[in-house]
Design a protein around this ligand. Structure first.
Ligand code: FES
Length: 252
């Protein structure tokens, strides 16, 4: 049987959006190396509930790296320093026995803290609502070969569509820019024929909504790409910028 692990956890506790927050220490004993990070938080919460202390609030849904709702800075890095994983896919065997682990919520003006590790990411929903859709009448599923799409475009659209909207890109960026998220949502439509009719209108609306939400500008640091659990490349930002310029020029 593998040796159980112990840690010192430093967790950001904040009772409500306007309450002052602070890091609180909790010892964590006898954790299986095969426990996930969220399962470890569950164990801590069980112990807190037994003592009458409020459990640590954190988001999760699928726990399979699909929904994007789990979001924590682990030792200052979105989703931990493990590459290409969401917080729910981080395992305790990746930490040193006895290590101090600091857990904080995303830090960005556009993602206000709701409670403890939970932040309000509805700004992303409003950006999508501003234009991240197509309005062609799709009808029933067409014959697959009716609209031929070059393989590189299919692959790029699929790669961008893997974005789970977790917000790690914003949390990693010194400007709290949402450019990678918005670029990904634009890219998967811009690469496909169905996305062409509204392409320029879409980029203009989504970029303007991104700015209205208070996200910062992109200064080409590429920290977003480094922490993205789906490894979305920064080339989606370049296309977004080109299309946005075309949209502005076509308005002149
Ligand atoms: Fe769904 Fe982590 S809980 S991606």
């Amino acid at each position: 049987m593998s040796q159980s692990l112990s840690f010192k956890l430093r967790v950001w506790r904040q009772a409500s959006p306007d309450a002052p927050g602070k890091l609180v220490e909790y010892p964590v004993e006898n954790v299986s190396p095969d426990a996930s990070f969220l399962e470890m938080l569950d164990i801590v919460n069980d112990a807190l509930a037994r003592t009458g202390e409020a459990p640590i609030a954190f988001d999760s849904d699928c726990r399979e790296g699909i929904c994007g709702s789990c979001s924590c800075l682990i030792n200052g890095v979105p989703h931990s320093s493990e590459p290409a994983v969401a917080t729910c896919q981080v395992y305790m065997r990746n930490f040193r026995n006895g290590e101090t682990i600091t857990v904080e919520p995303w830090r960005a003006r556009a993602f206000p803290v709701v409670k403890d590790l939970v932040v309000d990411r509805s700004a992303f929903d409003r950006i999508i609502a501003a234009g991240g859709y197509i309005s062609v009448n799709a009808g029933s599923a067409p014959e697959a070969n009716q609209i031929l799409v070059p393989k590189p475009d299919v692959d790029a659209a699929f790669e961008a569509a893997a974005c789970i909207g977790c917000g790690a890109c914003v949390a990693a960026c010194k400007n709290a820019s949402a450019a990678l998220f918005v670029g990904a949502k634009l890219e998967h439509l811009a690469r496909l024929p169905q996305g062409q009719p509204e392409r320029l209108r879409r980029v203009q609306r989504m970029v303007e909504q991104m700015e209205a939400e208070g996200f910062g500008g992109c200064s080409n640091e590429a920290e977003c790409q480094a922490v993205c659990p789906k490894e979305i490349p920064t080339s989606v930002i370049q296309r977004m910028n080109r299309d946005y310029l075309r949209a502005l020029l076509s308005d002149l």
